[in-house]
Design a protein around this ligand. Structure first.
Ligand SMILES: C[S@@+](CC[C@H](N)C(=O)[O-])C[C@H]1O[C@@H](n2cnc3c(N)ncnc32)[C@H](O)[C@@H]1O
Length: 206
């Protein structure tokens, strides 16, 4: 099946839409061959609404950033440093445009297959609406390898539909993280993952 991010031969048709988040208006340019080209995706909105925005600071990674919605919206409410990665060049180009359109700056948009271009950089928060259509291998790579890129008290937040295997994903990564479903709506789960240091120390001791 062709992926929306296999877009090199797709004719471009840039359009713009507006969205309101926490009483703030945002404008996004989008195009053929990018995820959710007509509107802010419901799952992404839920993910953003579920984040502990008031407590967030430090280094944040927008993983699979698309045309930049997560990092751009968050950067208006959170004083932090942002990296954002995607494999989709068209989406990354739109992200750069959207950053300017929304009068934010300083987000580093980077072409990267998952974490590859990030070296060993670690983050306080990794946030993703993972690319289900890219297949389980990529999605699990994103979720499992987050552990190499999270600081000690770092958190991974992701959104997934129940019928896309959210419960199985939680089960499959629970050898690495404590996972908590922090929001359930219309079949979407928002999941917070963090390290259980008590468990790690216990395992080391016995
Ligand atoms: C479900 S979309 C989410 C986009 C955006 N964050 C949003 O919420 O609207 C998943 C994104 O992951 C990107 N993606 C797919 N495979 C990837 C990979 N191997 N590494 C990084 N990003 C990838 C896709 O291009 C797409 O933009």
């Amino acid at each position: 099946m062709a992926q929306y991010f296999d877009n090199a031969n797709l004719p471009s048709n840039i359009k713009e839409f507006e969205t309101i988040f926490f009483n703030t208006k945002f404008v996004f340019k989008s195009d053929n061959g990018v995820f959710s080209k007509d509107k802010l995706d419901f799952g992404t909105r839920l993910l953003l609404e579920s984040l502990p925005i008031k407590d967030m600071t430090g280094d944040i990674l927008d993983l699979g950033c698309g045309y930049g919605v997560v990092s751009i919206i968050l950067s208006r409410f959170v004083n932090a440093s942002f990296d954002a990665v995607d494999v989709n060049r068209r989406a990354l180009h739109l992200s750069e445009m959207n950053m300017k359109l929304n009068h934010v700056s300083g987000i580093n948009y980077i072409e990267s297959n998952c974490y590859e271009a990030l070296g060993d950089k670690k983050y306080d928060y990794i946030i993703t609406n993972p690319p289900i259509r890219a297949g389980k291998e990529i999605v699990y790579k994103m979720l499992r390898e987050a552990k190499e890129h999270l600081k000690e008290n770092g958190r991974l937040f992701f959104v997934m539909r129940k019928d896309h295997g959210a419960k199985t994903a939680i089960r499959d990564i629970s050898d690495i993280y404590n996972c908590e479903i922090i929001c359930k709506e219309k079949g979407f789960f928002v999941i917070k993952c963090f390290f259980d240091w008590q468990l790690v120390f216990y395992v080391i001791i016995i």
